[in-house]
Ligand binder design. Structure first.
Ligand code: ADP
Length: 203
């Protein structure tokens, strides 16, 4: 990470970004680009859960029982885990939250955690992709990802349904604060990366 460059880009200002969008929107792919470009600390709750599953921790066993069914892991567990990870990086130039918050309760908890440290969310950037495209992408990803939740069409449909029911309303939470910016998640990876970069520079 080139810290000098990162500070210059950010004009010495800490940024906390929520990267938002349905399963299969491309959050993970674009996170890799944003971390390289801007030096964010990337906190992906899905990645942290999968790390715990791989290492057979108690948290991993619990998370797996929900993830394999396409359900959300309970808020209390997810929020505690996120806060513990977040607190490991007191010197971060900025955080990229990926896959969190996914419920209104998580959004409120994140605001409270940041407020206690004198920080706040700078923006939520949503990758907008139609449902038909998501289903196709996730089925395709399931051929190579090794993720059990990508392998089964019923689980994929359940994740998209949970997204619409529990997660999509979180957009309204940030809209009410004037912080939501939506961009199209359909197109080439590099075009979407360019749109994201432009959106971040305009903050
Ligand atoms: P995707 O966005 O493709 O579904 P993720 O890696 O973000 O992939 O999430 C995979 C699964 O992990 C979710 O379906 C859910 O079970 C669990 N999960 C991830 N983040 C959260 C969260 N913030 N709250 C509850 N469950 C979560």
């Amino acid at each position: 990470m080139q810290e000098g460059r990162t500070f210059a880009l950010w004009n010495f200002e800490m940024k906390n970004i929520v990267l938002f969008g349905p399963p299969g929107a491309g959050k993970g792919t674009q996170s890799t680009f944003l971390v390289e470009k801007f030096g964010f600390v990337h906190l992906s709750t899905g990645d942290i859960f999968r790390f715990n599953i791989k290492n057979a921790t108690e948290l991993g066993t619990l998370a797996k029982s929900y993830m394999d069914q396409g359900k959300l892991v309970p808020d209390a567990v997810t929020i505690d885990m996120l806060q513990a990870e977040w607190s490991k990086y007191p010197d971060a130039v900025g955080f990229l939250f990926d896959g969190f918050p996914r419920t209104q309760a998580q959004a409120e908890a994140l605001d409270a955690i940041l407020a206690e440290a004198g920080q706040q969310i700078s923006a939520m950037i949503g990758l907008e992709v139609p449902d038909e495209e998501l289903m196709a992408r996730l089925l395709e990803r399931g051929k190579t990802s090794g993720r059990p939740d990508d392998a089964n069409p019923e689980v994929i449909a359940q994740r998209v349904a949970v997204y619409h029911r529990e997660t999509a309303p979180v957009q309204g939470y940030y809209e009410a604060q004037g912080k939501y910016k939506g961009i199209s998640g359909v197109g080439s990876i590099s075009d979407i990366a360019a749109a994201l970069e432009q959106t971040l520079h305009a903050l």
